[in-house]
Design a protein. Structure first.
Length: 180
């Protein structure tokens, strides 16, 4: 199994460097539904990025809307890391040559001023940790050919992360109606 995890990592890295998407990983290198193995692939990528000097500056949650989940047949969110190399400045031209199959999503970025206390968060814990929110544009991307993804494929592919742009006008959480 470890050899397959390393092979999946290599295929994703090759897709990034060559600009040519790879075949889905599920059922070929990673067992269908084995989200734990997919996160192990993601961790290998993260170590490689950090080894090249990229800094982890955030996290992302993908597949949060029912509509997107239905589109891909994936019915749980996925989680990935954001690095400084994925950030594009507000008003800066997006380096399209770094992307394979980009799609754009409007997002809200929650900027924390303290670490989250533990995995069993309450709403109050989360609200206390948020310093402000920013408008954001997420440019999702997939190293999997034709976006033929399952939960295993997207998790292994760092939650289909590409690039992101943060707005420059912070708003306090108390000034935003989160229901809207």
């Amino acid at each position: 199994m470890e050899a397959d995890i390393e092979a999946a990592n290599r295929e994703l890295a090759d897709a990034r460097s060559t600009g040519k998407p790879c075949a889905p990983l599920r059922g070929r290198l990673l067992p269908e539904g084995d989200v734990e193995a997919a996160y192990r692939v993601q961790q290998l990528q993260a170590r490689a990025w950090q080894g090249r000097g990229e800094r982890r500056i955030g996290a992302k949650i993908g597949l949060t809307s029912r509509a997107v989940q239905e589109t891909f047949g994936v019915f749980q969110p996925d989680f990935g890391m954001l690095t400084d190399a994925m950030a594009v400045g507000d008003g800066v031209e997006v380096p399209i040559d770094r992307l394979l199959q980009p799609r754009v999503e409007a997002e809200i970025a929650f900027v924390l001023d303290k670490d989250l206390p533990n995995p069993q968060l309450t709403t109050v814990d989360l609200i206390r940790a948020v310093d402000h929110v920013l408008p954001a544009i997420e440019i999702v991307d997939s190293r999997i050919a034709a976006w033929d993804i399952s939960i295993v494929d997207t998790v292994a592919d760092n939650a289909s992360s590409g690039l992101f742009v943060l707005g420059t006008t912070p708003r306090r959480l108390a000034d935003v109606d989160l229901r809207l």
